[in-house]
Design a protein around this ligand. Structure first.
Ligand SMILES: [Zn+2]
Length: 105
């Protein structure tokens, strides 16, 4: 089985809840959802085609073009260290009790 790391031409961008991998040659991308410990090896999507990637370094954001005409766009924020966007949620611990409460109908 081929691992992501062995793929050539793969660019990775870290957002606050995912690691995005872009195969710039095949024009395919996938997302790995980070777990609470920050590791990115738990849940990931399949490789999906994309039609363009624009990274805005000054605003720390990026836009993925999902169709050829550019009418379907995915925008996300680049995670940085320290990160204002997710530092709040990282320091908030949710107790089991709160989770159970949220799951109740
Ligand atoms: Zn972040």
């Amino acid at each position: 089985m081929e691992s992501d790391e062995s793929k050539n031409d793969v660019t990775s961008i870290e957002s606050c809840n995912s690691v995005w991998l872009f195969d710039v040659k095949a024009m395919e991308f996938k997302r790995k959802i980070r777990n609470t410990s920050g590791e990115a090896d738990t849940v990931s999507t399949d490789w999906r085609p994309y039609f363009g990637l624009e990274v805005d370094e000054s605003n720390k954001s990026f836009v993925v073009q999902l169709n050829e005409s550019g009418t379907r766009l995915l925008k996300s924020w680049i995670h940085k260290n320290p990160c204002n966007r997710c530092s709040d949620s990282n320091t908030t611990e949710i107790s089991l009790e709160e989770i159970n409460k949220a799951l109740e109908p």
